[in-house]
Each structure stands twice: as structure tokens, then as C-alpha cells.
Design a protein around this ligand. Sequence first.
Ligand code: SF4
Length: 251
Amino acid sequence: MLSLTDRQAIARRDAEYLALPLQLGRDPASVTAHLREMVRRLKAGSCRQAVTWLTDLFDRSAPPTEGMACARGCAFCCVQTVVVTPAEAFAVAAQLREQTAPALRDYPVRRLGEPRSDWRPCPFLAADKACAVYDSRPLACHGFISFDLAACIGFFGGSDAAAPDFTPPERQRLLLACRKMLCAAHILAGHGEPQGHELTGAVAAILATPDAEARWHRGENVLKAVPMGPSLPPAVQQEIRQMVALVAPTL
Ligand code: SF4
């Protein structure tokens, strides 16, 4: 049990890191500070606040994107299946509740790992092809960028070519670190290790369930009917457990 003095010292040190971009490296102080902040937000009952903290952190920590081909209304890539944690699905659903939600009942059920021939435009694309849940979009959507519009048109348009390396390695490394933090935050907030869900199925289930987020925060698995993706690789699980072990005694 931490003393009040210890808690105050941790809060003071965290405040210095929270104002900065995420620092990856041997010293875990930056990761643990941001993880504590996410857990605090999750425990306060707001997945949206926890997720947007992390996605904002991702955006301000990412390497420069000069020369990026992506722009508002360019949505060639928004046909892929998107894997989300429960908190990310609740964040999208929370934003949709504030606006006109798309009719997900009419949207075909999607499966993680479905063939490219089954890919179709995300139901959260607005008429102008901008993302209608841009502020709450999942981490994977923040992570994906391209510097080659022709490659996007070719690959997402259905060419038989193998997937080019759209996202630079440094950005992928940051994305993986943020994914691990999100998983660790779920565990530290008492929700167990999250397995990935397909975005649209998870959001549809949440919107169809009264008080879904409040029930999830109370421990009910309101997403149990939504198919889950495969388990994370053992090495990634191990790194998540290490994050949890570092932060758990400090909460
Ligand atoms: S949530 Fe938004 S950014 Fe992500 S695939 Fe759907 S439309 Fe694209």
C-alpha cells in the first residue's frame, strides 16, 4: 500500500512525463506515467477519455509525416477490417451516440482475417468520405498512413499485389507500444487481457445494448457474442505482463 507521500511523489514525476511525447527506451518512466493516466481515466468510467488520451499521445509522439499521401476525404484504406479492444469500441460508440449513427443493422457482418475480396467501405465513412468518428477513431486507424497514393489505389482497389509496407517501421514500433499500453490498461482497470474484436461488430453490439459501457465497467462482458481475434503473440503478452507488474503496485 502506497503512502500519501509516495503517491504525491509519483503524481509529481508523472506530470512531467504527461506533458511530453511518449519516450520509448530502457527507462520505462514515460510509459508507466501515461499508463497510470489511462487507467485513471478507464476507472473513472470513460473509455473515450482513456482512448483519446492514448491516440492523442500517439499522434504527438509519431515521427514526422512530411510527404504523406493521406488527406481528408481520401478513404481508399478504409475498407480493411479494424481490430479494436473493447475500450476503443466503446469510444467510437460514445461519439456515435452524439451524432446520427449509421444503420449498422444493414451492414454485413465482418470477420477478422476475411479475404480482401470481402473488404468493403467502413460504415463510419460520411458522405464526403471523411471519417465520421475521426476524434474517437481506433488506434489502428491513427497508425495507418501511406506515402504512396498509387499503391493505396492499387492495393485497396483489389489488385493482386502483396501489401506494400505502407507504414514506416518507426511508426509501427510506436503503434505496437501504444497497443501494449492499451492492453495493459484494460488489465490494470480490472477487465482482463483484451482480445481484439472486429470494429463494426463490436460497435453494433454496444449500440444495441442498453447501458453497455456502464455494464462493462461493472464487469459484465457485453461483447461476449462478438467474435474475437486470435490471441496476441506470447512475446507481446509477456511485455504487457511486465508493464502491468511495473504499474500495479503504484496504483
Ligand atoms: S473508423 Fe474512420 S478511419 Fe477507421 S476505417 Fe472507419 S472510416 Fe476509416
